[in-house]
Write a protein that binds this ligand. Sequence first.
Ligand code: NAP
Length: 364
Amino acid sequence: MLISSAYTPAANRYDGAMPYRHVGKWGLKLPAISLGLWQNFGDRVPFDQQEAILRRAFDLGITHFDLANNYGPPAGAAEANFGRHLRRSFAQLRHELVISTKAGYDMWPGPYGGPGGSRKYLLDSLDSSLERLGLDYVDIFYSHRFDPDTPLEETIGALDFIVRSGRARYVGISSYSAPRTREALALAADLGTPIIIHQPSYSMLNRWIEEPYSGDDASTGESLLDVLADQKMGCIAFSPLAQGLLTDKYLKADSPTDAAALPGSRASWAPSWRGSMLTKDNLDRVRGLNQIAAQRGQTLAQMAVAWVLRRPEVTSALVGASHVEQLNDTVGALANLDFDQATLTEIDKFAIDSDINIWGSSFL
Ligand code: NAP
Protein backbone atom coordinates (compact mmCIF):
# COMPACT_ATOMS: atom_id res chain seq x y z
CA MET A 1 0.00 0.00 0.00
CA LEU A 2 1.24 3.48 -0.84
CA ILE A 3 1.80 5.98 1.90
CA SER A 4 0.32 9.24 0.74
CA SER A 5 2.86 12.04 0.61
CA ALA A 6 1.62 15.54 0.10
CA TYR A 7 3.07 17.40 -2.87
CA THR A 8 3.80 21.10 -2.89
CA PRO A 9 5.01 22.17 -6.34
CA ALA A 10 8.28 24.12 -6.54
CA ALA A 11 7.51 27.81 -6.08
CA ASN A 12 10.08 28.75 -8.74
CA ARG A 13 8.66 26.49 -11.50
CA TYR A 14 7.71 29.43 -13.73
CA ASP A 15 10.79 31.51 -13.03
CA GLY A 16 12.09 31.39 -16.58
CA ALA A 17 14.22 28.25 -16.79
CA MET A 18 11.60 26.52 -18.95
CA PRO A 19 10.59 28.45 -22.08
CA TYR A 20 6.95 28.23 -23.19
CA ARG A 21 6.44 28.45 -26.92
CA HIS A 22 3.37 29.13 -28.99
CA VAL A 23 1.98 26.12 -30.85
CA GLY A 24 2.54 27.51 -34.34
CA LYS A 25 0.39 30.61 -34.79
CA TRP A 26 -2.07 29.53 -32.10
CA GLY A 27 -2.64 30.83 -28.60
CA LEU A 28 -1.74 27.66 -26.71
CA LYS A 29 1.82 27.46 -25.39
CA LEU A 30 3.78 24.32 -24.58
CA PRO A 31 6.97 23.91 -22.57
CA ALA A 32 10.05 23.46 -24.77
CA ILE A 33 10.34 19.98 -23.23
CA SER A 34 7.25 17.84 -22.67
CA LEU A 35 6.99 14.44 -21.00
CA GLY A 36 5.46 11.40 -22.68
CA LEU A 37 4.03 8.42 -20.80
CA TRP A 38 4.35 5.79 -23.53
CA GLN A 39 6.45 3.07 -21.85
CA ASN A 40 7.33 4.07 -18.30
CA PHE A 41 3.94 4.63 -16.66
CA GLY A 42 2.25 1.29 -17.14
CA ASP A 43 2.03 -1.48 -14.56
CA ARG A 44 5.65 -2.68 -14.80
CA VAL A 45 7.08 0.49 -13.20
CA PRO A 46 6.46 1.07 -9.47
CA PHE A 47 3.87 3.76 -8.84
CA ASP A 48 6.14 5.78 -6.54
CA GLN A 49 8.86 5.82 -9.21
CA GLN A 50 6.32 7.23 -11.67
CA GLU A 51 5.18 9.75 -9.09
CA ALA A 52 8.71 11.01 -8.51
CA ILE A 53 9.20 11.58 -12.25
CA LEU A 54 5.89 13.42 -12.70
CA ARG A 55 6.40 15.66 -9.68
CA ARG A 56 9.96 16.48 -10.70
CA ALA A 57 8.77 17.24 -14.23
CA PHE A 58 6.18 19.70 -12.98
CA ASP A 59 8.74 21.31 -10.65
CA LEU A 60 10.99 21.80 -13.68
CA GLY A 61 8.22 23.65 -15.51
CA ILE A 62 7.01 20.73 -17.63
CA THR A 63 3.31 21.44 -17.85
CA HIS A 64 2.52 19.08 -20.73
CA PHE A 65 1.99 15.33 -20.32
CA ASP A 66 1.31 13.23 -23.40
CA LEU A 67 -0.65 9.97 -23.39
CA ALA A 68 -2.51 7.68 -25.75
CA ASN A 69 -5.22 5.08 -25.29
CA ASN A 70 -2.71 2.24 -25.79
CA TYR A 71 0.16 3.43 -23.57
CA GLY A 72 1.23 1.07 -20.82
CA PRO A 73 1.96 -1.77 -20.83
CA PRO A 74 -0.67 -3.09 -20.72
CA ALA A 75 -2.64 -0.80 -23.06
CA GLY A 76 -4.71 1.65 -21.05
CA ALA A 77 -2.57 1.35 -17.90
CA ALA A 78 -0.71 4.64 -18.43
CA GLU A 79 -3.96 6.59 -18.55
CA ALA A 80 -5.36 4.76 -15.53
CA ASN A 81 -2.15 5.34 -13.55
CA PHE A 82 -1.93 8.97 -14.65
CA GLY A 83 -5.52 9.43 -13.46
CA ARG A 84 -4.38 8.30 -10.02
CA HIS A 85 -1.37 10.63 -10.17
CA LEU A 86 -3.65 13.51 -11.10
CA ARG A 87 -5.80 12.88 -8.05
CA ARG A 88 -2.83 12.38 -5.68
CA SER A 89 -0.45 15.09 -6.88
CA PHE A 90 -2.16 17.52 -9.22
CA ALA A 91 -5.77 17.68 -8.04
CA GLN A 92 -5.69 21.45 -7.58
CA LEU A 93 -3.50 22.06 -10.63
CA ARG A 94 -5.63 20.94 -13.59
CA HIS A 95 -5.61 24.41 -15.14
CA GLU A 96 -1.80 24.47 -15.09
CA LEU A 97 -1.61 21.28 -17.15
CA VAL A 98 -1.91 20.40 -20.81
CA ILE A 99 -2.90 16.73 -21.03
CA SER A 100 -3.15 15.00 -24.38
CA THR A 101 -4.30 11.61 -25.54
CA LYS A 102 -4.79 9.82 -28.86
CA ALA A 103 -6.51 7.01 -30.68
CA GLY A 104 -5.45 5.29 -33.88
CA TYR A 105 -3.75 1.99 -33.05
CA ASP A 106 -5.14 -1.36 -31.84
CA MET A 107 -6.97 -0.95 -28.56
CA TRP A 108 -9.77 -3.45 -28.00
CA PRO A 109 -10.88 -6.61 -29.82
CA GLY A 110 -13.41 -6.66 -32.63
CA PRO A 111 -14.05 -4.42 -35.60
CA TYR A 112 -14.38 -1.13 -33.65
CA GLY A 113 -11.26 -1.13 -31.48
CA GLY A 114 -8.74 0.05 -34.04
CA PRO A 115 -6.44 0.41 -35.71
CA GLY A 116 -8.26 3.12 -37.56
CA GLY A 117 -9.80 6.53 -37.77
CA SER A 118 -13.55 5.90 -37.83
CA ARG A 119 -15.87 8.20 -35.91
CA LYS A 120 -17.06 5.18 -33.91
CA TYR A 121 -13.54 4.22 -32.82
CA LEU A 122 -12.27 7.73 -32.07
CA LEU A 123 -15.28 8.72 -29.96
CA ASP A 124 -15.62 5.44 -28.07
CA SER A 125 -11.88 5.45 -27.43
CA LEU A 126 -11.77 9.02 -26.16
CA ASP A 127 -14.73 8.38 -23.85
CA SER A 128 -12.84 5.40 -22.39
CA SER A 129 -9.66 7.48 -22.05
CA LEU A 130 -11.53 10.19 -20.15
CA GLU A 131 -12.96 7.55 -17.83
CA ARG A 132 -9.51 6.06 -17.15
CA LEU A 133 -8.05 9.52 -16.57
CA GLY A 134 -10.97 10.65 -14.43
CA LEU A 135 -11.26 13.83 -16.52
CA ASP A 136 -14.11 15.64 -18.29
CA TYR A 137 -11.83 16.81 -21.09
CA VAL A 138 -8.30 16.54 -22.43
CA ASP A 139 -6.46 19.55 -23.75
CA ILE A 140 -5.33 17.96 -27.01
CA PHE A 141 -6.81 14.91 -28.72
CA TYR A 142 -4.89 13.40 -31.63
CA SER A 143 -5.72 11.17 -34.52
CA HIS A 144 -2.73 8.91 -33.81
CA ARG A 145 -2.25 7.85 -37.43
CA PHE A 146 -3.76 8.33 -40.86
CA ASP A 147 -6.20 5.55 -41.74
CA PRO A 148 -6.23 4.74 -45.47
CA ASP A 149 -9.47 2.75 -45.03
CA THR A 150 -11.54 5.61 -43.62
CA PRO A 151 -12.41 8.74 -45.60
CA LEU A 152 -10.43 11.60 -44.11
CA GLU A 153 -13.69 13.60 -43.89
CA GLU A 154 -14.91 11.07 -41.31
CA THR A 155 -11.77 11.24 -39.16
CA ILE A 156 -11.57 15.03 -39.26
CA GLY A 157 -15.33 15.33 -38.75
CA ALA A 158 -14.91 13.28 -35.57
CA LEU A 159 -12.11 15.62 -34.39
CA ASP A 160 -14.39 18.61 -35.01
CA PHE A 161 -17.18 16.98 -33.02
CA ILE A 162 -14.78 16.11 -30.19
CA VAL A 163 -13.91 19.79 -29.73
CA ARG A 164 -17.50 21.01 -30.13
CA SER A 165 -18.78 18.46 -27.61
CA GLY A 166 -16.25 19.66 -25.01
CA ARG A 167 -14.22 16.45 -24.86
CA ALA A 168 -11.03 18.25 -26.00
CA ARG A 169 -9.85 21.84 -26.07
CA TYR A 170 -7.79 21.32 -29.25
CA VAL A 171 -7.07 18.59 -31.78
CA GLY A 172 -3.95 17.38 -33.53
CA ILE A 173 -2.67 14.70 -35.87
CA SER A 174 0.27 12.37 -35.50
CA SER A 175 2.54 10.78 -38.12
CA TYR A 176 0.48 12.10 -41.05
CA SER A 177 2.56 12.67 -44.21
CA ALA A 178 2.92 16.12 -45.79
CA PRO A 179 0.05 15.72 -48.33
CA ARG A 180 -2.30 14.04 -45.83
CA THR A 181 -1.55 16.89 -43.40
CA ARG A 182 -2.55 19.48 -46.00
CA GLU A 183 -5.78 17.58 -46.74
CA ALA A 184 -6.60 17.24 -43.05
CA LEU A 185 -5.99 20.94 -42.40
CA ALA A 186 -8.23 21.97 -45.30
CA LEU A 187 -11.08 19.73 -44.14
CA ALA A 188 -10.75 20.97 -40.57
CA ALA A 189 -10.67 24.60 -41.65
CA ASP A 190 -13.93 24.07 -43.58
CA LEU A 191 -15.53 22.68 -40.45
CA GLY A 192 -14.22 25.57 -38.33
CA THR A 193 -12.09 23.54 -35.89
CA PRO A 194 -8.40 24.05 -36.63
CA ILE A 195 -5.88 21.26 -36.23
CA ILE A 196 -3.22 23.14 -34.32
CA ILE A 197 -0.44 20.60 -33.83
CA HIS A 198 1.36 17.72 -35.50
CA GLN A 199 3.18 15.01 -33.53
CA PRO A 200 5.83 13.33 -35.72
CA SER A 201 8.90 11.31 -34.79
CA TYR A 202 12.08 13.36 -35.23
CA SER A 203 15.67 12.98 -34.09
CA MET A 204 19.23 13.28 -35.37
CA LEU A 205 18.81 9.68 -36.56
CA ASN A 206 15.30 10.01 -37.97
CA ARG A 207 14.95 12.81 -40.51
CA TRP A 208 11.74 11.88 -42.33
CA ILE A 209 10.01 15.20 -41.61
CA GLU A 210 12.85 17.06 -43.38
CA GLU A 211 12.67 14.94 -46.51
CA PRO A 212 10.46 15.69 -49.56
CA TYR A 213 7.40 13.45 -49.61
CA SER A 214 7.98 10.51 -51.93
CA GLY A 215 4.76 8.52 -51.70
CA ASP A 216 2.65 7.40 -54.64
CA ASP A 217 1.03 10.77 -55.14
CA ALA A 218 4.21 12.81 -54.75
CA SER A 219 2.45 15.78 -56.26
CA THR A 220 4.16 18.43 -54.25
CA GLY A 221 7.48 16.96 -53.14
CA GLU A 222 7.11 19.00 -49.96
CA SER A 223 8.50 17.90 -46.64
CA LEU A 224 6.29 17.80 -43.58
CA LEU A 225 8.35 20.66 -42.10
CA ASP A 226 7.57 22.74 -45.22
CA VAL A 227 3.85 22.22 -44.63
CA LEU A 228 4.10 22.99 -40.91
CA ALA A 229 5.99 26.22 -41.62
CA ASP A 230 3.63 27.25 -44.40
CA GLN A 231 0.52 26.56 -42.33
CA LYS A 232 2.03 27.95 -39.10
CA MET A 233 1.06 24.73 -37.37
CA GLY A 234 2.71 23.60 -34.13
CA CYS A 235 4.97 20.56 -33.93
CA ILE A 236 5.88 18.35 -31.00
CA ALA A 237 8.72 16.01 -31.91
CA PHE A 238 8.48 12.56 -30.36
CA SER A 239 11.36 10.19 -29.47
CA PRO A 240 14.09 12.86 -29.86
CA LEU A 241 16.42 10.49 -27.98
CA ALA A 242 15.59 7.62 -30.38
CA GLN A 243 14.18 5.71 -27.40
CA GLY A 244 17.46 6.10 -25.50
CA LEU A 245 19.92 5.27 -28.27
CA LEU A 246 20.86 8.97 -28.45
CA THR A 247 22.19 8.97 -24.91
CA ASP A 248 25.38 7.58 -23.43
CA LYS A 249 23.62 4.66 -21.74
CA TYR A 250 24.34 1.98 -24.37
CA LEU A 251 27.93 3.21 -24.83
CA LYS A 252 28.81 1.96 -21.37
CA ALA A 253 28.37 -1.68 -22.44
CA ASP A 254 31.34 -3.66 -23.77
CA SER A 255 29.55 -5.04 -26.83
CA PRO A 256 26.28 -4.71 -28.75
CA THR A 257 25.09 -7.93 -27.09
CA ASP A 258 25.78 -6.54 -23.61
CA ALA A 259 24.12 -3.25 -24.62
CA ALA A 260 20.97 -5.07 -25.71
CA ALA A 261 20.81 -6.78 -22.33
CA LEU A 262 21.41 -3.68 -20.18
CA PRO A 263 19.24 -4.34 -17.10
CA GLY A 264 16.03 -2.34 -17.05
CA SER A 265 16.72 -0.65 -20.36
CA ARG A 266 14.12 -0.36 -23.07
CA ALA A 267 16.39 -2.39 -25.35
CA SER A 268 16.11 -5.30 -22.93
CA TRP A 269 12.33 -5.56 -22.80
CA ALA A 270 10.28 -3.30 -25.11
CA PRO A 271 8.75 -4.58 -28.37
CA SER A 272 9.17 -1.06 -29.83
CA TRP A 273 12.96 -1.41 -29.68
CA ARG A 274 14.42 -2.86 -32.85
CA GLY A 275 17.34 -5.20 -32.27
CA SER A 276 19.07 -3.80 -35.36
CA MET A 277 19.53 -0.47 -33.58
CA LEU A 278 22.44 -1.84 -31.52
CA THR A 279 25.02 -2.88 -34.11
CA LYS A 280 28.72 -2.05 -33.73
CA ASP A 281 28.51 0.48 -36.58
CA ASN A 282 25.54 2.22 -34.99
CA LEU A 283 27.19 2.36 -31.59
CA ASP A 284 30.32 3.85 -33.22
CA ARG A 285 28.13 6.55 -34.75
CA VAL A 286 26.51 7.26 -31.39
CA ARG A 287 30.02 7.41 -29.86
CA GLY A 288 30.96 10.05 -32.44
CA LEU A 289 27.87 12.08 -31.57
CA ASN A 290 28.67 11.70 -27.89
CA GLN A 291 32.07 13.31 -28.50
CA ILE A 292 30.49 16.26 -30.29
CA ALA A 293 28.11 16.71 -27.36
CA ALA A 294 31.06 16.69 -24.94
CA GLN A 295 32.77 19.42 -26.99
CA ARG A 296 29.59 21.49 -26.55
CA GLY A 297 29.72 20.86 -22.79
CA GLN A 298 26.58 18.72 -23.00
CA THR A 299 25.58 15.12 -22.53
CA LEU A 300 24.39 13.37 -25.68
CA ALA A 301 20.79 13.40 -24.40
CA GLN A 302 21.02 17.17 -23.96
CA MET A 303 22.46 17.72 -27.44
CA ALA A 304 19.81 15.45 -28.98
CA VAL A 305 17.00 17.49 -27.45
CA ALA A 306 18.65 20.81 -28.32
CA TRP A 307 19.08 19.55 -31.89
CA VAL A 308 15.33 19.05 -32.48
CA LEU A 309 14.53 22.35 -30.79
CA ARG A 310 16.87 24.23 -33.16
CA ARG A 311 14.17 24.13 -35.84
CA PRO A 312 11.74 27.05 -35.56
CA GLU A 313 8.88 24.74 -36.58
CA VAL A 314 9.39 22.55 -33.51
CA THR A 315 7.39 23.80 -30.53
CA SER A 316 8.39 21.14 -28.04
CA ALA A 317 10.61 18.07 -27.67
CA LEU A 318 8.54 15.15 -26.36
CA VAL A 319 10.83 12.97 -24.27
CA GLY A 320 10.42 9.89 -22.12
CA ALA A 321 12.20 9.12 -18.85
CA SER A 322 12.31 6.00 -16.72
CA HIS A 323 14.09 7.69 -13.79
CA VAL A 324 14.20 11.17 -12.27
CA GLU A 325 17.94 11.41 -12.97
CA GLN A 326 17.30 11.02 -16.69
CA LEU A 327 14.81 13.87 -16.68
CA ASN A 328 17.20 16.11 -14.72
CA ASP A 329 19.88 15.37 -17.30
CA THR A 330 17.64 15.87 -20.34
CA VAL A 331 16.23 19.20 -19.17
CA GLY A 332 19.81 20.47 -18.92
CA ALA A 333 19.57 20.77 -22.72
CA LEU A 334 17.97 24.17 -22.23
CA ALA A 335 21.31 25.66 -21.16
CA ASN A 336 22.61 25.49 -24.74
CA LEU A 337 20.17 25.40 -27.65
CA ASP A 338 22.45 27.04 -30.24
CA PHE A 339 24.32 25.26 -33.04
CA ASP A 340 26.81 26.66 -35.49
CA GLN A 341 26.86 25.30 -39.04
CA ALA A 342 30.17 23.47 -38.52
CA THR A 343 28.70 21.47 -35.64
CA LEU A 344 25.55 20.62 -37.59
CA THR A 345 27.69 19.37 -40.47
CA GLU A 346 29.81 17.32 -38.08
CA ILE A 347 26.65 15.78 -36.56
CA ASP A 348 25.38 14.84 -40.02
CA LYS A 349 28.60 12.95 -40.73
CA PHE A 350 27.67 10.49 -37.99
CA ALA A 351 23.89 10.66 -38.04
CA ILE A 352 22.86 10.68 -41.69
CA ASP A 353 22.67 7.58 -43.88
CA SER A 354 23.09 5.24 -41.00
CA ASP A 355 21.31 1.92 -41.29
CA ILE A 356 19.65 2.54 -37.97
CA ASN A 357 16.06 1.55 -38.56
CA ILE A 358 14.35 3.85 -36.10
CA TRP A 359 10.73 3.22 -35.18
CA GLY A 360 8.25 5.72 -36.51
CA SER A 361 7.70 7.70 -39.66
CA SER A 362 4.65 8.75 -41.62
CA PHE A 363 1.63 6.75 -42.67
CA LEU A 364 1.20 7.26 -46.44
P1 NAP B 1 12.84 9.28 -26.00
O1 NAP B 1 13.03 10.49 -25.16
O2 NAP B 1 13.44 9.22 -27.35
O3 NAP B 1 13.31 7.98 -25.20
C1 NAP B 1 13.04 7.83 -23.83
C2 NAP B 1 13.94 6.75 -23.24
O4 NAP B 1 15.30 7.14 -23.36
C3 NAP B 1 13.72 6.55 -21.75
O5 NAP B 1 12.69 5.63 -21.49
C4 NAP B 1 15.06 6.06 -21.29
O6 NAP B 1 15.25 4.71 -21.64
C5 NAP B 1 16.01 6.85 -22.17
N1 NAP B 1 16.44 8.12 -21.58
C6 NAP B 1 15.72 9.26 -21.45
N2 NAP B 1 16.47 10.24 -20.95
C7 NAP B 1 17.69 9.73 -20.77
C8 NAP B 1 18.90 10.28 -20.29
N3 NAP B 1 18.98 11.56 -19.95
N4 NAP B 1 19.99 9.46 -20.22
C9 NAP B 1 19.91 8.17 -20.59
N5 NAP B 1 18.78 7.59 -21.07
C10 NAP B 1 17.68 8.38 -21.15
O7 NAP B 1 11.28 9.19 -26.11
P2 NAP B 1 10.20 7.99 -26.17
O8 NAP B 1 9.95 7.50 -24.79
O9 NAP B 1 10.54 7.03 -27.24
O10 NAP B 1 8.95 8.83 -26.64
C11 NAP B 1 8.59 10.00 -25.91
C12 NAP B 1 7.11 10.21 -26.01
O11 NAP B 1 6.75 10.45 -27.38
C13 NAP B 1 6.25 9.03 -25.61
O12 NAP B 1 6.14 8.88 -24.21
C14 NAP B 1 4.96 9.39 -26.25
O13 NAP B 1 4.31 10.37 -25.49
C15 NAP B 1 5.42 10.00 -27.58
N6 NAP B 1 5.39 9.03 -28.68
C16 NAP B 1 4.44 9.21 -29.63
C17 NAP B 1 4.32 8.32 -30.67
C18 NAP B 1 3.28 8.57 -31.72
O14 NAP B 1 3.02 7.68 -32.56
N7 NAP B 1 2.64 9.72 -31.72
C19 NAP B 1 5.17 7.20 -30.77
C20 NAP B 1 6.16 7.06 -29.80
C21 NAP B 1 6.27 7.99 -28.75
P3 NAP B 1 15.13 3.51 -20.60
O15 NAP B 1 13.67 3.28 -20.47
O16 NAP B 1 15.87 2.41 -21.29
O17 NAP B 1 15.75 3.95 -19.32
